[in-house]
Design a protein around this ligand. Sequence first.
Ligand code: HEC
Length: 138
Amino acid sequence: MNSNSKRLIFGGLILSFFVYSYFVYTSGTDNDKGVHLINEQSKRGKLLFQNYNCTACHQIYGLGGYMGPDITNVISAKNKGPVYAKAFLQGGTPRMPNFHLNEKEIDELIAYLTYIDKTGISPIIDFKINYDGTVGQK
Ligand code: HEC
């Protein structure tokens, strides 16, 4: 092998290293992770979520109690949403206690749930293996 073809192979490997690194470090970075939704209102919602121990019955990202459903994506789920979630918080149900929250507290909890909704998907219903070996949602 002459030194020209060695240089060509070496150059090609270096180039592919940079191209591959570019894709590894930039793929998925433009996903909306809800950072812009962290504000005073959603922070107070988080405190309420902790004070009322919602997680005793509900899961976020699949973690928590199992008496109620996973509420990670209740805000964006089909046929659900903020108004739907609000109804549960306003009145409770025979199985979920009525916490007698005021409108401000309910809006804070909804703001928190709206933020959570953007941070992940749970439960993962269907997934696929991407061409580069990473796992994504179908
Ligand atoms: C004692 C258990 C319990 C606690 C504590 C509880 N919930 Fe629930 N929640 C439930 C159950 C059970 C349901 C399902 C509705 C039903 O079966 O009555 C539910 C339903 C919901 C729903 C609708 C979910 C869906 O996908 O249909 C939301 C939103 C919700 N709860 C939010 C909250 C929040 C926020 C808190 C804390 C302030 C909370 N819950 C505390 C038991 C609980």
